[in-house]
Ligand binder design. Structure first.
Ligand SMILES: [Zn+2]
Length: 502
């Protein structure tokens, strides 16, 4: 007999309704356990919908059994909510397959659990076949269907409980995230305050991470980015202060974060959810004796140009060493801005700043579409009778973690321009110190080099400033920030002031 609006299913008893209650009960517990472990809202919601829907079905059967009268909508809801709940559960399993695989991953070590799980799958298939083939309102069909369901859900429940209690999932029921194998590391100096939870006697250290809904956070200091949540773990790279990271998980004392498309761990102590507002204060010009600076001639060379020139030229007067006339420079790894653009942007701003301070400025270039070799740039400065030359560049490195600024000067034994070495080194020191003071850029000091064509041809104190690493996300982004650029310019100008006024 079909259950319809007008008919009352025959033979529905309270006992039968109670048999229906069993699978709902078992499955409800499974859902609570798995939901607690996996902590996925979609899974929990889907499971709750299935459980509630099943419970309403049981209530429906009880009412039918007691009143011997059909209650139509209470049965119909099964056809909407039960499939909806299952769809949500399946989507959740697909989305969280890593966590599910982790949970059931050790099942091969537990033949009992494996058997139970297979039995559950067979039970579900059998029940579905029954539901399709047999008359749902037929008493006998219902007994068969719900008995299979009850046994199957009980097996699933036992399976889950066994896995949980036998240590397949240990420690706080947290989900273990796929971790890179911990490698042997030696003498890493640790700068973190976080507790070290790793146990030395564990042959294979476990990383228990509670996944969280992803959110953005910022480093409050320069921190180690580690493979595992342990002060002994290998350092993937350093993350600069004020860098944005995406928090993906939590564990004792550590946060699992994504940075540069890599997953790793940083100490909680150095992460804040507050976005840094004023990344840097407004740098101030030095107060100097302007009578010592006014009218000084400064040549500014904006490094590189749109197209490099690989033809060669001597790297110093009378030198047999030939170097490319001028190269294309590096490119902002994060911003995509080419070095020749950054250097000219800063050079033009520096020109305005220096002129405002009373200097006379000579520019080697004011557009990108030029072809001026490094030797020719030095010659521009020489011919202009410049008092000093400031060559504007930005750095690049294979290691994107490297950041900071440096200046370059010739040595006292430079074969071409030793006579400008001391003053160039002093100029370099003034510029890098003032630049880093104004910007907060890490100070990598003065680098002594005799291989730079643009230095070797100079006849006056000269410095090359590598303003920051375009390969470093933080430096690169900062150097494109207009406020930061103002500080860069004020810092370089302060260095020039310091050089002339001392
Ligand atoms: Zn350069």
């Amino acid at each position: 007999m079909k259950v319809t609006k007008d008919t009352v299913p025959e033979g529905f008893s309270i006992q039968m309704a109670l048999v229906d209650l069993l699978p709902v009960l078992f499955y409800g517990i499974v859902n609570i356990l798995l939901g607690y472990i996996l902590r996925d809202p979609l899974f929990i919601t889907g499971g709750a919908i299935c459980t509630i829907s099943g419970t309403i079905k049981v209530i429906w059967k009880m009412i039918v059994a007691v009143k011997q009268r059909n209650v139509w909508p209470m049965f119909l809801q099964m056809r909407i909510f039960m499939p909806l709940g299952f769809v949500m559960i399946i989507i959740s399993i697909i989305l969280n397959r890593g966590a599910f695989a982790e949970f059931f991953g050790n099942i091969m070590n537990y033949p009992l659990c494996l058997g139970l799980l297979i039995a559950w799958v067979i039970g579900m298939i059998a029940m579905t076949v029954c539901a399709i083939k047999l008359d749902n309102a037929d008493v006998k069909s219902n007994w068969i269907e719900q008995s299979i369901n009850a046994v199957a859900q009980l097996m699933l429940l036992i399976c889950v409980i066994v896995i949980m209690t036998t240590g397949a999932m240990k420690a706080d029921e947290a989900v273990e995230i796929q971790e890179p194998r911990q490698e042997e590391t030696t003498s890493i100096v640790d700068d973190s305050k976080a507790d070290d939870d790793s146990k030395a006697d564990d042959a294979e250290p476990e990383t228990i991470v509670n996944p969280v809904e992803e959110y953005n956070a910022w480093t409050t200091d320069r921190v180690n980015f580690r493979k595992l949540p342990s002060a002994d773990a290998e350092v993937i790279s350093k993350i600069n202060a004020r860098e944005e990271v995406t928090v993906t998980g939590e564990t004792d004392g550590w946060l699992q974060v994504r940075y540069n498309n890599e997953i790793g761990f940083v100490s909680r102590d150095y992460i804040s959810t507050e976005e840094p507002t004023a990344a840097y204060g407004q740098a101030q010009p030095l107060v100097v004796d302007r009578s010592k600076t006014t009218g000084r001639i400064v040549c500014i060379d904006a490094g590189h140009q749109r197209y490099g020139s690989s033809a060669t030229e001597p790297n110093g007067p009378g030198s047999g060493t030939m170097k490319a006339r001028v190269t294309g420079g590096t490119t902002g790894r994060t911003t995509g801005v080419p070095e020749y653009q950054l250097t000219l942007d800063i050079a033009l701003k520096l020109q305005a700043e220096l002129e405002a301070r009373g200097y006379t400025v000579v520019m080697t270039r004011t557009t990108h579409d030029v072809d001026i070799s490094n030797m020719e740039r030095a010659t521009v400065a020489n011919n202009a009778g410049a008092d000093i030359t400031i060559r504007i560049h930005a750095n690049g490195s294979e290691n994107t973690g490297i950041s900071g600024a440096l200046t370059m000067a010739p040595s006292e034994s430079n074969p071409y321009c030793a006579y400008i070495a001391n003053e160039s080194q002093y100029l370099s020191r003034c510029v890098i110190d003032q630049y880093c003071a104004a910007t907060g850029m890490a100070n990598q000091g003065v680098s002594i080099t005799d291989t730079m064509t643009g230095i070797n041809w100079c006849q006056m104190p000269v410095t090359i400033i590598e303003m920051g690493y375009m390969t470093n996300p933080s430096d690169d982004v900062n150097m494109q920030d207009p406020n930061y650029q103002n500080n860069m310019v004020i810092g370089i100008a302060n260095g020039i002031d310091a050089f002339f006024s001392s």
